[in-house]
Design a protein. Structure first.
Length: 135
């Protein structure tokens, strides 16, 4: 990946149904194709990301890598929303809520996502049409 890359990278839990649905939602609302995606379970490619990225085995966060900066949890979600089409950028206004409070809600959902939304037995494999959107 070159330093001049023009896309942001979203790293997500590839076996989480909620995470995969979120990736689909981002793709559907990313009219400028600003995001590429990678599953946290893709260890070989994760280590090549353009930031000092310390992947944990818990997969409890979504990560956004944009212009050499790493964002996680609620901040990553809000920054993603900021770049989407439609009214979704308005959700970025929630950034005024202190991060510890935002992350408290994020953590509650993250800790229960498998119970509430389910889990796949293997990571997502992109369709041929979406293959270029994944690293």
């Amino acid at each position: 990946m070159s330093p001049q890359q023009t896309f942001a990278i979203v790293a997500f839990d590839g076996v989480c149904n909620l995470c995969n649905a979120t990736v689909n939602w981002i793709i559907d609302n990313d009219s400028k194709k600003q995001f590429k995606f990678i599953a946290l379970q893709d260890i070989d490619r994760i280590k090549d990301l353009p930031v000092d990225f310390q992947r944990t085995e818990s997969y409890q966060s979504v990560y956004l890598i944009e212009q050499g900066k790493l964002y996680q949890k609620s901040t990553a979600v809000l920054k993603i929303c900021q770049k989407l089409s439609g009214l979704y950028p308005l959700l970025y206004l929630y950034i005024i809520i202190p991060r510890p409070l935002r992350d408290l809600v994020y953590d509650l959902i993250a800790q229960n996502r498998y119970k509430w939304f389910g889990k796949r037995s293997h990571c997502r494999i992109p369709t041929p049409e979406l293959k270029e959107r994944f690293l």
